[in-house]
Design a protein around this ligand. Sequence first.
Ligand SMILES: [Zn+2]
Length: 428
Amino acid sequence: MLRTVIAATATLGLAVGCAPETSAPVKVSALVLNSNGEYAPQDVELKTVTDIVSLNGTVADFRGGARIVFDSEDQDLQTATTPEAFVNALLKEEGHDVTASYINQDGVLWPADFHTWNMVTAYYNLERAFDYFQTVGNIPAADFKKPVTTYYFPEFILADVDKDPLLDNALYFSVMESFLVLPFDQLQRAPLAINAGIIAHEYSHRIFNLKVYGGQPFPEALSLWAASGSSPGANVLKSFDEGLADYHAYGTTCRATKGCDAKFFSTSFHDAPYDQIARDRDLSRSDRCMTEALRTQLRNQSLNEFSGKEYLVGTLLASALYQAGEGQGQREVLLRAIVAAYNDSDPKTPGLLQLSQQYINDQDKFTLAVAAGAIITHVTDLKLKEAVCNELMDHLQIPRDLLVGTSNPNLCPASSAPGTTCPRLPAE
Ligand SMILES: [Zn+2]
């Protein structure tokens, strides 16, 4: 059904749309959140696109009409031994180039149909996230690797969970090194592809994978650690991946028309029951605290059992970092330090990749304190470092003595003391 819709759009595009000769930058109209909090057409420039009709460029390559099925009973999947074979087993239909359709209005390309609005806006949002990580994150262009295949409105089936295709989601699927922009059903107010913050969140997962997991489709630390009964190390990695994706997404909003928006989920997750997600992930709330129950679950549950709680721990981390960065007026300095903390081979300031490798055979040692330490050692400004330390000790309840007075002089300064927002938890 969904593929029929795409096919019909593609045909329409060929029939009535123009196929403009283009080279970057291309002026297009996209749906951008304005200062009134509404998504409205805005003239923007796409700087990385090489083919505006098939939406192919150095940042992303769009594909329509794909069918991706994850079924643990699938013979092809069970016999796959390489990442390539695994991808081939998942991809039941490869799909095809999309065909966007425009009307040229005084040199600005106006999308001629809904899917073109949705796709052009999604490409623009991906390009903004790429630009953020290049400039604020200080990541060299070569590190981004090839354009990310972006499956637009694929049929995505997780057969073990539901025989029907998933809807209302956008994700980075590391196994396929791809973005998936799924069809929407309930979230019609602001489809996820149009929500720049949500696309930036997904783009952040791509960067985390490239840097912390060395670009592995099946990250070694996660796979190895998830295989044991309790997986504290894997739970910490997942929590950092989610929390830092939210904080970076917030960072990208500060460079957009509307300005810094800690509630960027709310335009998409506007109506019940989704509005709860927006409230839960609002980074500007300063009253969130690690609980004894959550700390125990992080420590003792398997990655499967812990599923869903990585967002709770992630939000604690993200809102603590938010408080420190805003409080010191050093948001971008902190965001850049976080990216630097992903991968650093200097033994004095090891990155998350190096720390997870160091403890690969003993994940109990890859604790919240150790992972937080990677961020702290990459903050060089002492006032900001102290603020980050105080917020993390408070909201994540990381014991002060694990971050101060250790043998590592790059951790927290002696003046650090936990804030007093959260009740102090008893020692583990
Ligand atoms: Zn996520």
